[in-house]
Structure formats: C-alpha cells, structure tokens
Design a protein around this ligand. Structure first.
Ligand SMILES: Cc1cc2nc3c(=O)[nH]c(=O)nc-3n(C[C@H](O)[C@H](O)[C@H](O)COP(=O)(O)O)c2cc1C
Length: 466
C-alpha cells in the first residue's frame, strides 16, 4: 500500500524580519515532540520567507507614477459591474515595480514577475502580514532561500530533506487558486515520465509531471489560506530522487513555446507612442535599405486624409550628388534668409554647416510633399484656404504614421521643416511636378546615442471642459 502523509507543524510563531526559519521549524518540531525523517519534503509558505527576509512594502511609502494611475483607471473601468477587490494606485505601482512585463490589465493585472512567474498582481499579498498598509512581495531568489533552509535543516536534524517554497496562484481557464511552488531545493521541479510504460504497456511519449506544483498543492490542503497558522507542512512518504540541481525555473515555460502568452496590445501601442523621439544626433553609419523605407511608406498610406484624397507623396533621396546639390542650394537660401534677419556670420556659418552635415550624412533622407492636384476645387478663396489646410493636415497624419512605422522597425528619425522654406529650389533640383509642395524632410538611421525626452505640457494646460 502506498501512502503519503501531510503533517502540519503547529506552534510556528508569527514570523518577523531576520527570524531564522530553519531554527524556528526545529524548535516547533521539538515542542510538538516531532522530528524530521530522511526523505521528508517541507513545504514552506512564501509569506514567512518574505517576512523573515524583509520582502515587505508599506504601500503608504509608495509614490505612484503616471503609468500606475493609467493602469489603476483601467482597472476601475474594467471592474465595473463585477465583484472584485479594488487596488489602490500605490498597490498598482508596487505591482509594476515587481514586474518584468505587464502581460494583461483587465480587472486584475497579470504580469511576468522579475523572477519569471506569470501570475496575478506580481504575487503581492496583503494577507498574513501585520499593518493594514503592508504587503509581502515574492522572495527574490526562492531557490536560493529554499537551499539555505535545506542545508540548515540538514545541520540541525542530520536528515536529508527537500524544501519547496509555495504560494497560491489563480489559473487561466479554471476558477480557484491552488498551491504552486515558487522555489525548490533537493527535489526536481518536474518528473519526466517519458519512456516509462503506462498501464497498458504503452511507452509514454510526452508525459512530464509538474511534481513540485502537485506537492505544493497537496500541502495547501492543510496549510490553508486564512488563519489556520500552518505555514510549514511536512510531506512524508513521497518517493523521489534527491537532486542537487533542482530549480523552480525548470517549471517555467519558455516565452517562445508558450502558446497562451498574449501581448497587451494597448500597452505596446501606448509605450510605442510615448517612447518615439525625434532623433537629432549622429546616426550610426549603417545604411538603410530602400525596402525598409518602402515598408514604412506602405504603413503611412493608412493614415486618415480629407476626402480620403491621400495627398502625400514620398521621395526617397539617395546619398548622391543630387542630394549634395540640393542641400548646398537650400543652404544658400538659408544663408540669404538669415542675413536678411540680421544674424551674425558666425551664427549663419554654424547653422548651415550643421544642417549640411545632418542632411548629407543621414543614412536615409525622405522628402514629403503635398500634391495639390488632390485638393478639391472651390469657388471662393476662404474655402480654398481651408481645403489647403486639410491637405497639410492629411500629409501630417501620414508623416506621423511614417515616423512611428520607422520607430517600430528600430529606426530613428527626425522631421525637419527645411524644405518648406525652399520649396522652389527643392522642386527645381529634383524636377518635381508643379503640383507638389515640399513639406518636410525626414532624416532616418540607426540611433547612436540615447536622446532626452522633451517635456510635455500638463494635461490641465491642454484639456478644457466646456
Ligand atoms: C511640423 C514639424 C516640424 C519640425 N521641424 C523641425 C526642424 O526643422 N528642426 C528640428 O530640429 N526639429 C524639428 N521638428 C521636431 C521637433 O523639434 C520635435 O518633434 C519636438 O521637439 C518634440 O520632440 P519629440 O519628437 O522627441 O517628442 C519638427 C517637428 C514637426 C512636427
């Protein structure tokens, strides 16, 4: 007959920072007239490890970021009409701080924690910690912490045991939380059954058992979630082979083979929109292929335009003598303009030299024009003017799509208005149709340095309620 026993160790005191868990377990066993046996598996609640190591945060000391408030607002919106506990912006910030990646924000926040666990709210727990604003965080390196306790228990008891640090996680597809392992020492995370025979003698081809999760879940039956006060459970009678290289990482699915891993598209788009920058510094010398520019122009075609007229025309300027002639002629015009403005020769020299350098050395240079052929005809000058503005607005919309598409492909760019000030020269040198109005240059390349984020106006300065 095979039998496994689950033994809850009573009298474990409330754990405080710097308590030695192995010594406390040993004392509690003594009080209960119990002792460890060779091959026991100790399942220890994460909360006592976190408390002993000081992985506790006071939410009152957290200053939520703008990002935390955005997620908080989304949670509030998503939670409407369903019974879920609310999270404060401070708790949301704590979750962000503990996460490598926010995977989904619904009425809960699903993240990949810095330790690599995919779980709700980064495993942050409000229960079993004193102080209403305090929360426990997942241990930083539970395998190491499990190993430390196992080695100390071996010294104290002279018995070889295995240690699993457990927590309870919710699951996709099924309701109810279950015990899972978040750290292990002495027993392999997985039990590979491949190659063994089933009841009918068939060779198992794919079966790999989540051994430590099964054990953590079994321990959860008597560990409880509330005030049972049994944070350490001994599993006795489970047959296993001792392992020196056990790690909870063995149980974590690789991102590339996780078919359920979804991306939070809203998050990605938000990040993308907010992280795009105008890159005005030197580019790496890497050349930009025409194909990648065409792919970005393809995306730029999907911008909205007045009457869907698609007034935009993109001209890719190769790095050749025409580009050089164009820049020199444009610079001549700039010099004339600045002289008319009464600027000093040294200033003019600096401006024209830096502009020549920028436009000539940029691996990619694209000119964007408005094709006035696409504008609707009107009988009066005022409406003609509005139609022209709509053309400019449409071209600008396409330009935004273009630079975001570049950014998505890892290319930096900057929008320059220089061609506007020398439209006649640009048209002449490039032999452009009469209806084209040069609007902007885009310098494009691979960024060499990181840029500073220019400040943004406060929302209160740009949103008005009427
Ligand atoms: C219509 C337009 C014209 C611009 N012209 C220039 C320019 O001539 N020179 C320049 O250095 N940056 C130019 N920029 C880039 C702005 O300086 C830049 O977008 C702004 O400082 C905000 O920085 P960010 O794009 O990194 O958020 C232009 C941007 C726009 C939208």
């Amino acid at each position: 007959m095979s039998q496994i026993k689950l033994i809850g160790i009573k009298n474990i005191p409330f754990i405080k920072k710097e308590d030695n868990i192995a010594e406390i377990i040993t004392q509690s066993l003594k009080i209960n007239n119990m002792s460890l046996k060779e091959g026991d598996i100790l399942v220890i609640a994460q909360s006592i490890i976190s408390k002993s190591k000081g992985y506790v945060k006071n939410l009152k000391e957290i200053n939520p970021s703008e990002h935390a408030y955005q997620i908080y607002n989304k949670l509030v919106e998503k939670a409407q009409g369903i019974e879920v506990s609310t999270k404060s912006p401070e708790l949301v910030q704590a979750i962000i701080d503990e996460s490598k990646e926010i995977i989904k924000t619904e009425h809960v926040i699903i993240v990949e924690t810095k330790q690599g666990f995919i779980c709700a709210n980064a495993g942050i727990d409000k229960s079993n910690v004193d102080g209403k604003d305090k929360v426990t965080l997942l241990p930083r390196d539970s395998d190491k912490e499990a190993e430390e306790i196992r080695m100390q228990l071996k010294d104290l008891s002279q018995q070889n045991v295995a240690v699993i640090i457990s927590d309870s996680f919710g699951r996709p597809f099924r309701r109810g939380s279950v015990g899972v392992a978040v750290g292990v020492s002495g027993i392999d995370a997985l039990l590979d059954m491949r190659g063994k025979k089933d009841l009918c003698g068939r060779i198992l081809e794919t079966t790999i058992v989540g051994q430590i999760d099964n054990l953590a879940s079994a321990a959860q039956l008597i560990m409880g979630e509330a005030d049972e006060g049994l944070p350490v459970i001994i599993i006795r009678g489970y047959k296993f082979e001792f392992s020196k290289d056990a790690s909870v990482k063995q149980i974590l699915r690789d991102k590339s083979t996780d078919v359920f891993r979804t991306v939070d598209e809203e998050q990605i788009i938000t990040n993308h929109l907010k992280s795009r920058r105008s890159y005005k510094l030197e580019f790496k010398s890497e050349e930009i292929g025409r194909k990648i520019l065409e792919e970005c122009i393809d995306i730029a075609r999907y911008a909205p335009s007045a009457h869907n007229s698609q007034h935009w025309r993109y001209i890719i300027l190769e790095k050749n003598s025409t580009r050089e002639l164009l820049i020199d002629k444009m610079n001549f015009r700039l010099k004339e303009d600045l002289e008319k403005d009464g600027k000093a020769q040294s200033f003019i020299m600096q401006k024209t030299t830096s502009r020549r350098e920028k436009f000539l050395t940029a691996p990619g240079l694209v000119l964007l024009c408005l094709d006035t052929e696409e504008l609707e005809e009107y009988g009066d000058s005022e409406r003609k003017q509005f139609e022209y503005i709509m053309g400019v607005q449409s071209v600008s919309a396409s330009a935004i799509y273009f630079i975001l598409a570049l950014e998505a492909k890892g290319l930096a760019s900057c929008w320059y208005c220089a061609p506007l000030f020398a439209g006649d020269i640009v048209k002449d040198v490039l032999n452009l149709p009469y209806s084209y109005i040069p609007m902007a240059f885009f310098t494009i390349g691979v960024a060499e340095k990181s840029t500073v984020i220019p400040t943004r106006k406060d929302l209160s300065e740009i949103i008005f309620n009427v």
